[in-house]
Design a protein around this ligand. Structure first.
Ligand code: SF4
Length: 387
């Protein structure tokens, strides 16, 4: 079982409360990106292509605490950039734990050995190590040799210190089902507490645009992988079985972008973790003012191939809450990897992509420069100097 009982019970109670109250849109996981700066430059990453002035920005401890208070999600996933470059990260993690949140700290693990003494094991705290496959697959994905070995060493170290450790694995169109299944076997043998897997999103700013999966290839790939692991039951996935069932083409969900609201140094990102089409100052403004129907598969060109966990896990969880017996059957029998697939959402009426990245960057740069020119307020360089 990949999801600890305490987590299942607390999140289950939260979901039931939302469901019974008839709330149409509610958050499940706060996706927090307190910085964009990273110590790697991966081929499929669409998060770090910013000027230095923006890469030098950080969300402060207070801003991180305000974000969780505003949205009220039971889980926080801290990503970036590389969160371990943020000097306040231990304090931020402790702050979320004190608020009884489940904290997932995503890292490429390069700094984990150096920073591990700043953290304490806690049933509500999990290290999520970025690993996109075996040594050859991962080192290729992160464009640097030796990173896989360091990540595996970090997993062993964190496990030996009593931490919960999972991996987050993003797959691209060169992933081989047999190789990926063997990789999951290796990870299970390491004693990992969980595996999170997702197809990559085709970020428009990613350096490598050739290796993103389309929907058909995603479903075929996941059928090929899951068939080699007893319909997914062989591995400790932290995701709902219904999400994996969706990846295998057995369900056709609309996304639930508000399920994983995203707070970055730009503000609350509209509409989701993957697309930065605008920014809201508050969580309430994000929920009330985002034109949700403009996004999603079939509505918007940039969404056409998206099957990413941050967009669809909450859809799967919602489906599970509404259809508990079906979810139980999938869990017990394993995910079907043969036979017809669910008809997908047609793309005939999707609106064309809008390209707004440059305007958001220009606005943010103007804001940073205006602040630095202002009455002695601390700027990015001062923040960095303290690190
Ligand atoms: S399909 Fe949904 S989650 Fe995916 S990019 Fe579009 S809005 Fe975001």
């Amino acid at each position: 079982m990949g999801i600890p009982l305490l987590q299942t019970a607390r999140i289950g109670a939260y979901l039931l409360k939302q469901h019974l109250s008839g709330r149409e849109r509610y958050p499940l996981v706060l996706m927090l990106e307190p910085l964009f700066r990273c110590n790697l430059a991966c081929a499929g990453c669409g998060k770090i292509d910013y000027p230095n002035e923006i890469l030098n920005q950080r969300l402060s401890y207070d801003e991180c605490m305000e974000a969780i208070e505003e949205c009220g999600a039971p889980v926080v996933s801290i990503a970036g950039g590389e969160p371990l470059l943020h000097k306040e990260m231990p304090q931020i993690v402790r702050g979320f734990l004190a608020k009884k949140k489940f904290v997932i700290l995503c890292t490429n693990a390069l700094l984990l050995a150096k920073k591990i003494d700043d953290y304490k094991p806690d049933p509500s705290f999990t290290w999520s190590i970025h690993l996109d496959g075996n040594q050859a697959m991962h080192d290729k994905s992160v464009c640097q040799r030796g990173v896989y070995d360091k990540a595996v060493e970090a997993i062993k170290l964190a496990k030996s210190r009593g931490f919960q450790v999972s991996i987050n694995c993003t797959l691209f169109n060169d992933a081989d089902p047999a190789e990926t299944a063997a990789f999951f076997d290796d990870m299970k043998a390491l004693g990992l507490d969980g595996i999170t897997v997702s197809p990559g999103y085709a970020y428009e700013r990613a350096p490598d645009q050739q290796h993103f999966l389309n929907r058909t290839k995603t479903k075929e790939l996941f059928r090929g992988i899951l068939a080699r692991g007893r319909g997914g039951r062989a591995w400790p996935f932290t995701q709902s079985r219904m999400f994996l069932n969706f990846l295998a083409g057995n369900e056709a969900y609309k996304c639930t972008p508000w399920g994983n609201p995203t707070r970055t140094v730009f503000g609350w990102q509209k509409p989701c973790y993957l697309l930065g089409e605008g920014y809201a100052k508050t969580f309430r403004e994000l929920m009330d003012d985002t034109e949700w129907d403009k996004y999603g598969v079939g509505n918007y060109e940039k969404c056409a191939d998206c099957m990413v966990h941050s967009g669809f896990e909450a859809s799967a969880v919602r489906h599970m809450v509404q259809n508990p017996l079906k979810a139980l059957a999938v869990s017990v029998r394993g995910i079907r990897t043969e036979g017809p697939m669910a008809a997908d959402i047609p793309l005939d009426n999707q609106r064309p992509a809008e390209y707004v990245f440059s305007s958001h960057v220009s606005r943010k740069l103007a804001e940073i420069r205006g602040r630095k020119a202002g009455a002695g307020k601390p700027g990015a360089e001062e923040t960095l100097a303290a690190e």
